[in-house]
Design a protein around this ligand. Structure first.
Ligand code: DLL
Length: 434
């Protein structure tokens, strides 16, 4: 099913005409109302009237996280403060948090886009949605919440944490859809097992997982363990929150971008040159309809590729491949670039391991070293040391063969790696001062 049939199946020509109209109006708005953009446009010698086609987007400046920080908290607003009805903020793990504002229309649009996502996942007003995304300044909780209500489904606003209670309520309420980070879904699974509950016996049928990178192998693992269809949802607070894109349950292949609201480009993160569809690079997003805090060519740092092939589900929107990771999370180990997700794929393809790991990076004698700590599953844990050593050796070899990196691998006890209630922390970089 498709929630907004007109917008989600527009022929490309009509979609592009709509995008251009919206882009022109956006450029006028930010030029008139946001000092930061007026200055940037002036510095680059661009006027709003220079935007005549979508290709003219490349005349416009990029926006970076640092620009939002420099104008902390409300300096990027394009509307008077009294028109802002909601504030969210990113967690600020890599510096001061970034703030986003929404007008009434912004939150309504967001709810509709999230409703589109739920329908793309196969959900309907009949569903009960267990929403374990955190409520608060993080956009996950409230974003999914209003989308579910817009659809008319039943939302359980459980938020993150209190895992035992979550499991009990899942058993009692029988939700059919679970919204959480993929790592927290696994935490719920473990807690259910401990409580003697097999999630497969519950009515749960779909997981809408995002907010952190995960792999195809992790998807299969979660689907097998929980007996559900697991779908990838993407978004970021600077642009809106969850709902910028989602996989449909029909093809489960690539995330449909809500292109009537977001104009996407893929650029080479080094040269900033725009790359053609199919090439891997950094996702850059322009918000076409946001009122309170519109952004032009926002550099997400997320690495992916764009596909414009029509989807079996009938949507005509472009899709992005699941995120490989963030350019800032890319590890450079002795000159070799590695994404944590590539290591995740290797670990999850190895028999006997649990999907919980931590990558520890150190500098020893001026050389970077990578230690991969990964949990073994309960069955294997009791096995002979020889067997464990063989597995360690196999992972070391696969990481070397596939990624060209020499890693130390340490198998650790089941449940010894810290669990997270939201985004998992998978990298411990001891090279950086705390
Ligand atoms: O994580 C919004 C969100 C909430 C998305 C719930 C999906 C579900 P932020 O906290 O601002 O917003 O973090 C945004 O998280 O730039 C990506 O690096 C990462 N991210 C989000 N979704 C995915 C995904 C929310 N599906 C940052 N795959 C983004 C990989 C993701 N990374």
């Amino acid at each position: 099913m498709i929630y907004d049939v007109e917008m989600e199946t527009l022929p490309r020509e009509d979609l592009e005409a709509l995008q251009l109209r919206r882009l022109k109006s956006l450029v006028e708005r930010v030029h008139a109302n946001v000092g930061f953009y007026r200055q940037k446009f002036d510095d680059m010698g661009v006027k709003p009237s220079d935007i005549r086609t979508l290709a003219d987007l490349k005349l416009l400046p990029f926006t970076e996280k640092q620009d939002l920080r420099n104008h902390y908290p409300f300096g990027m607003f394009a509307v008077p403060k009294e028109n802002v009805v909601r504030i969210h903020a990113s967690s600020g793990t890599t510096g001061k948090s970034t703030v986003v504002g929404y007008t009434n229309r912004d939150v309504r649009n967001w709810a509709r886009l999230m409703a589109r996502c739920f329908v793309a996942s196969g959900a309907s007003p009949k569903d009960i949605i267990h929403n374990a995304y955190g409520y608060g300044l993080f956009t996950g909780g409230l974003g999914a919440h209003y989308g579910a209500e817009e659809l008319g489904a039943t939302i359980v606003p459980i938020s993150g944490g209190g895992t035992k209670r979550q499991v009990m309520l899942m058993k009692d309420f029988g939700p059919t859809v679970l919204c959480s980070t993929p790592s927290y879904a696994l935490v719920l699974y473990e807690a259910a097992q401990e409580a003697g509950i097999d999630i497969k016996d519950l009515p749960l049928k779909t997981g809408i997982f995002g907010a952190e990178p995960w792999t195809e192998e992790m998807r299969r693992d979660i689907e097998d363990k929980m007996g559900i269809t697991a779908l990838d949802i993407y978004g970021l607070s600077e642009i809106m929150g969850p709902g910028v894109g989602i996989e449909c349950n029909i093809a489960q292949k690539g995330l449909h971008i809500m292109e009537d609201h977001f104009l996407v480009e893929i650029i080479d993160p080094e040269t900033c040159e725009v790359l053609p569809p199919g090439e891997i690079g950094e996702l850059v997003i322009t918000t076409l309809t946001k009122e309170a805090q519109p952004l032009i060519r926002y550099r997400t740092r997320d690495i992916t590729r764009l596909e414009q092939v029509p989807c079996r589900c009938g949507r005509t929107t472009a899709r992005v491949h699941r995120m490989m990771g963030r350019s800032d999370d890319m590890l450079i180990i002795r000159g070799v670039n590695v994404f944590p997700s590539q290591i995740e794929s290797i670990l999850l393809e190895t028999e006997g391991l649990a999907p919980h790991y931590l990558l520890v990076i150190k500098r020893e004698a001026n050389l970077d070293t990578l230690e991969v700590q990964v949990e073994v599953d309960e069955k294997l844990f009791s096995d002979e040391i020889k067997i464990l050593q063989r597995i360690e050796g196999k992972i070391v070899k696969n990481i070397k063969d596939y990624l060209g990196v020499t890693a130390q691998v340490k198998l650790v006890e089941p449940r010894s790696i810290q669990r997270s209630e939201g985004k998992a922390k998978r990298i411990l970089d001891l090279r950086k001062p705390n």
